[in-house]
Design a protein around this ligand. Structure first.
Ligand code: MN
Length: 177
């Protein structure tokens, strides 16, 4: 059900992206961040939950600096098969442009969020990322009463992984594989 919009937006005869089916086999929840050089460069931030990826498009990309509040626009759920997807989405298709994996790993919701799906529905979730680039505490906070439709903020928590300097996701060249 959650992938209806994902499938509707795509022609799988024409895009190399995976077809949407949900999958609840993983023991640990995974996350992936894809650099998507489409009409406008952005980073797609995806958290596994209930067999799909909850997904946000982050125009400036994630930051390890807690002072940055990065706009994250919630988009349609994606299939977990998307975790491995890299490549070119041909012209004329939804999201045409190139996709590369920027970071990936596992994540866990903060223990106080007993029901992470409900937390996301209510517009606040705090969690820990175990990635190659993104590590430690983060929060996603929905912008209520905002003109930005589906707008959220992705914010790094203050912990030992946080940095003070200016952070440009596009300059981070650590291999995420
Ligand atoms: Mn995208």
């Amino acid at each position: 059900m959650a992938l209806t919009e994902y499938n509707r937006k795509r022609d799988f005869d024409d895009t190399p992206e995976p077809e949407g089916r949900s999958n609840t086999d993983n023991v640990e929840l995974i996350f992936v961040v894809q650099r998507h050089d489409a009409r406008q460069l952005h980073f797609d931030f995806r958290l596994e939950l209930e067999g799909v990826f909850k997904s946000w498009a982050v125009p400036k990309g994630p930051s390890m600096n807690p002072a940055d509040k990065r706009l994250a626009v919630m988009v349609e759920d994606h299939p977990l098969d998307y975790a491995d997807f890299e490549g070119e989405i041909p012209e004329g298709n939804y999201g045409a442009g190139s996709v590369e994996i920027w970071d990936h790993g596992t994540w866990s919701p903060d223990a106080k969020f007993k029901n992470p799906s409900e937390a996301i529905r209510k517009g606040l979730i705090e969690f820990t990322l175990h990635g190659k680039i993104l590590k430690g505490e983060f929060a996603l906070v929905e912008l209520k009463n905002s003109t930005t439709k589906n707008g959220w903020l992705l914010i790094k928590g203050r912990d030992r992984y946080a940095v003070d300097e200016k952070y440009n996701a596009d300059e981070v060249r650590v291999s995420a594989r």
